[in-house]
Write a protein that binds this ligand. Structure first.
Ligand code: PSU
Ligand code: MN
Length: 311
């Protein structure tokens, strides 16, 4: 009899700090690398990487930035490894389905929400912070473009702290898909579902949690029930959001530019984010970094609350 074959060959390497924290039951927060490599422009992405890790520490947890280097998934990166992720303009963007190819061929790449969540949960990490989830694209009826983030979260057990889904998407359709996929969604201190750069997407969710402990308790209950994620949607305060009028104008322009340029598939999200950063003269970039920092800090506090729950 052969032993069961794992679904993907993770073979992940944990950094000593992350391995020690997990072994001791101390709080750890996973961070993705696609938002660094493909969501933020070089060279600003490098300082953002440090700031996001700092925000997790400020929240009371150990940061574990995840990327694949030379075929090996790394959970927790050294400064030199973060340099590599942030500097290489040709770095691949790896969802779950790409991980086996990278592993087998020895390739390097940044991990998206889907692959970061899987690698984190496999390593025993319970909380993950990002900016905005991928989801259903606005032309999805014609293109079938729906992020693999959604199906990945339906089967991966961890808390994902985000500012909703990227507002370049069809937000109501994405919330419908999250319901179909039985992903638990709660707002942080609100039932207004955030719109990434803006505090209010125009959609609502059914539930709100009042503090990190409530979020941790929802996850503990979910974990005891069925595999799948708990999405904690954390809106920017109104005075820190992007001006909603500017938001609607630049989003329309960016989507039109993507259409015009014939951009398809996994290139769409990086193209549109880059266009927005330039069209808004850096305003979307500043807001994007700010919301990731806030999510990282909250994720740190949720991880700390989770570590303190009675088992
Ligand atoms: N959040 C950000 N910036 C990003 C992303 C999220 O603030 O660049 C990335 C995530 O890695 C997410 C990916 O998984 O965008 C979604 O890509 P796609 O739409 O191609 O599935
Ligand atoms: Mn897509």
């Amino acid at each position: 009899m052969h032993p069961p074959t794992p679904e993907i060959p993770t073979g992940a390497v944990l950094s000593p700090e992350v391995a020690d924290a997990l072994a001791a039951g101390r709080p750890v927060v996973a961070l993705e690398s696609t938002l660094l490599a493909h969501g933020l422009p070089r060279p600003d992405n490098r300082s953002a990487a440090d700031d996001v890790e700092g925000a997790v520490r400020a929240g009371g947890a150990v940061p574990a930035t995840i990327a694949v280097l030379d075929g090996v998934p790394h959970v927790g990166l050294t400064a030199e490894q973060v340099d590599r992720v942030c500097a290489d303009p040709g770095l691949a963007k790896l969802g779950v389905r790409d991980l086996p190819v990278a592993a087998a061929l020895g390739l390097s790449g940044a991990t998206t929400v889907s692959s970061t969540a899987l690698l984190a949960a496999t390593a025993g990490i319970g909380v993950f912070a990002t900016g905005g989830l991928g989801g259903v694209h606005r032309q999805s009826v014609e293109t079938f473009d729906e992020s693999a983030d959604l199906t990945a979260l339906s089967r991966t057990s961890l808390v994902v702290v985000c500012a909703g889904v990227k507002s370049i998407l069809d937000v109501p359709a994405t919330l419908e898909r999250l319901e179909s996929l039985s992903v638990t969604v709660v707002g942080y201190r609100t039932t207004t579902f955030p719109g990434f750069y803006v505090a209010d997407s125009g959609s609502t969710v059914d539930w709100a949690v009042a503090d990190p402990t409530e979020a941790a308790r929802v996850f503990a209950a979910r974990r005891g029930l069925a595999p799948g994620a708990v999405v904690v949607a954390n809106p920017l305060p109104a005075d820190e959001q992007l001006d909603p009028v500017l938001h609607d104008r630049v989003i329309a322009g960016a989507l039109a530019a993507a259409e015009q340029a014939g951009v398809r598939g996994k290139a769409v999200t990086p193209f549109v984010l880059d266009h927005l950063h330039r069209a808004s003269e850096g305003a979307t970039l500043a807001v994007n970094v700010r919301l990731v920092l806030r999510n990282a800090e909250l994720a740190g506090r949720i991880a700390a609350a989770l570590a303190g729950l009675p088992t």
